[in-house]
Design a protein around this ligand. Structure first.
Ligand code: DP6
Length: 330
């Protein structure tokens, strides 16, 4: 009998962003960030131990070398970090609507970190699992939990104080919705990984953004605690536009928005002004638009987006619950 661990994790969307590393190898960020996990964007991963000298990996039903390379690289890193030699069998699938081009690294690497911890009986704390996931992708440190999460920048060179923690569970704000409007199936032109380092090294706006961010983060935590969507949304938009300005002022300039992104933003802003609704925008390193709002705003959002050409999907989601982990002897 083989012990197989089945894990479901979720992608997260940052309200206070991570964009830049103070240590590229350890994925240590230049600032703390806050994100919300998204129920409708999930990854399922099955893992077991393998009595061989190589890992066996399948992603989306394929073992194509290029596709699985980041997973193998992560497993190697994890072994080094934990001081183990174990090999794994991994099967992973993303359940993101219509191959949306949305980043799956957060849900993918967090699932692997949770799986390794469970299979190897390492008795890792949630913080240690978050640190492990961080070694795959920074944002993955935030997806080892459900609900709302804060990833601490940390100050130590070892990275042992740079982990995420849950700040509110999925049922803290039941009416809250995240609407993800996808606009392309393509992968981004400049990956986050290179884009953020270019911004850090060349944007004259970068230092001021980092300096402003901690206060903004603290204010956002208060807004979340008070369920003050107006305040939370304004802070989210300030942070988002600051990051976008940093991207634009990067050499060479980074602009991830498409014509469709601009049209969506225009419609959302118009709806907010004309109807006085608390609906707020954020985007990341891609043209998809994410909206934070209450459940009763979603039908109106769908309505105003009807005439916008180029929209692929409108995904309405609740805040995700904790990752699910089931261990079965097969
Ligand atoms: C714009 O976590 O994908 O989405 O750590 O290099 O893998 P790596 O980058 P990643 O970056 C996410 C950047 C962002 C903002 C955010 O999620 O905070």
């Amino acid at each position: 009998m083989t012990k197989v661990v089945h894990i479901r994790t979720h992608a997260n969307i940052a309200l206070i962003k991570y964009w830049g590393k103070r240590d590229e190898k350890l994925f240590l960020p230049t600032k703390s960030s806050v994100a919300v996990n998204v129920q409708e964007l999930s990854t399922t991963t099955s893992m077991s131990l393998k009595n061989e000298t190589v890992d066996e990996v399948s992603l989306e039903g394929s073992s194509d070398k290029k596709l699985i390379e980041p997973i193998i690289e992560f497993l190697n890193k994890a072994r080094g970090h934990l001081g183990i030699t174990t090999r794994f069998s991994v099967t992973s699938r993303n359940h993101f609507p219509t191959a949306s081009g949305l980043a799956s690294s957060a849900s993918g690497f967090s699932a692997l970190a949770l799986g390794i911890s469970s299979l190897c009986n390492l008795d890792l704390s949630k913080q240690e699992i978050s640190i492990l996931a961080r070694l795959g992708s920074g944002s993955a440190s935030r997806s080892v939990y459900g609900g709302w999460v804060l990833w601490h920048r940390g100050t130590l060179a070892s990275g042992s104080d740079s982990f995420a923690e849950q700040i509110a569970s999925s049922d803290w704000w039941p009416e809250l919705r995240i609407v993800v409007i996808t606009t392309t199936r393509e992968k981004k032109t400049t990956p986050s990984r290179t884009g953020m380092q270019e911004s850090m090294n060349s944007s004259s706006l970068y230092p001021a953004w980092i300096a402003r961010s901690e206060d903004r983060l603290q204010n956002l935590l208060v807004a979340l605690k008070e369920k003050d969507l107006g305040r939370l949304g304004s802070l989210t938009e300030e942070e988002w536009l600051d990051m976008h300005d940093v991207m634009l002022s990067t050499h060479p300039s980074l602009n991830y928005w498409s014509e469709t992104s601009y049209s969506i933003m225009r419609q959302i802003k118009k709806l907010r002004i004309t109807n006085g609704l608390p609906i707020f925008i954020t985007t990341d390193a891609g043209p998809h638009v994410k909206v934070i709002c209450l459940a009763d705003s979603v039908p109106l959002i769908r309505e105003v987006l009807k005439p916008v050409p180029g929209i692929i999907d409108i995904i309405e989601s609740r805040v995700a619950g904790d990752p699910e982990i089931h261990s079965i002897d097969e």
